[in-house]
Ligand binder design. Structure first.
Ligand code: PMP
Length: 285
């Protein structure tokens, strides 16, 4: 049975979904997105994702396609129609469709919006259990990575390079410092047990999972610092891990072929993963 997807106000079978060739998301990547995870049929950390959607829209002077209540209603409707127990809801908003021209189209151009679900095992995951290996590579993205746009070609190339190197992901490096993972935020734990993750700024996406995990870190009285770190510092760390809506927390056990700590996950990353899942389920919508 095919999925039901949502396209510009209508629920349709995925094979019948149509987008204009003049949609500015398609032509210019003039489009922003959010991915929320679903556990037990409920949306995880969705308030944060909706809030960040507005931030991305505002930064690009784009309008929202509907009220927050309407957006969440469609998310929930899709979860139900597609029987998603565990997985993801993808939401994309574009500046709309208009004859191809670089400046913004007429002010009354309606934003485009699209949503679909993906069933995915998030809790039971070999990568969560065993940790992942990553490679480092130069961060070749534009200078407004804090805006969650669909301009993801640099990340496509990074993930492909990782795959070809036999790695699960790539950590991107700029001016000698790790910015973030190709689709996640990067953390290390130093030999004294201090957790370190890059400070927010235009250089990285303000991860919703990152923010929730840092709240838990504070609650657990784990010492942490938001600052840049190098690949060499990460290789010397006792632990490393990533956070994102689609992974929650995954340990990183190898960077560029160098084993991190004893090469096994833990103890901090698995504990934060468990706390994150438990806490966010309690707040799920
Ligand atoms: N950084 C980048 C570049 C990402 O693509 C993502 C995932 N969308 C993240 C960080 C993690 O953000 P979140 O926790 O909101 O999924």
């Amino acid at each position: 049975m095919s999925r039901t997807v949502f396209v510009n106000g209508e629920f349709v079978a995925e094979e019948n979904a149509k987008i204009s060739v003049f949609d500015r998301g398609f032509l210019f990547a003039d489009s922003v997105y959010e991915v929320s995870s679903v556990l037990q049929g409920k949306l995880i950390d969705n308030k944060g994702h909706i809030k960040r959607l507005h931030r991305s829209l505002n930064e690009l002077k784009m309008s929202a396609p509907a009220t927050d209540d309407e957006i969440v209603r469609v998310q929930k409707d899709l979860i139900e129609r597609n029987g998603i127990h565990e997985g993801l809801v993808y939401l994309q908003v574009s500046r709309g469709s208009a004859d191809r021209d670089f400046p913004f189209p007429a002010a009354d151009t309606k934003p485009g919006w699209v949503m679909f679900t993906q069933a995915k095992q998030l809790i039971e995951s070999p990568h969560a259990q065993n940790g992942i290996n990553v490679i480092s590579l130069p961060d070749i993205r534009w200078k407004r990575r804090d805006i969650k746009t669909v301009g993801l070609l640099a990340q496509v190339l990074a993930k492909q390079a990782a795959k070809e190197a036999g790695a699960v992901d790539a950590w991107m490096v700029e001016d000698g410092y790790v910015t973030e993972g190709s689709s996640n935020n990067a953390f290390i734990v130093d030999k004294e047990g201090k957790l370190i993750t890059r400070h927010l700024g235009n250089e990285i996406l303000p991860g919703i999972t990152r923010a929730s995990v840092l709240e838990l870190v504070e609650k657990e009285n784990i010492v942490f610092e938001e600052r840049s770190f190098t690949i060499d510092e990460a290789k010397f760390a006792s632990e490393a891990f990533i956070t994102s809506a689609s992974t929650f927390v995954w340990p990183v056990v190898e960077i560029d072929g160098t084993q991190i700590g004893d090469g096994k996950p833990g103890p901090v990353a698995p504990k934060l993963r468990e706390l994150y899942i438990r806490n966010s389920l309690a707040r799920a919508e």
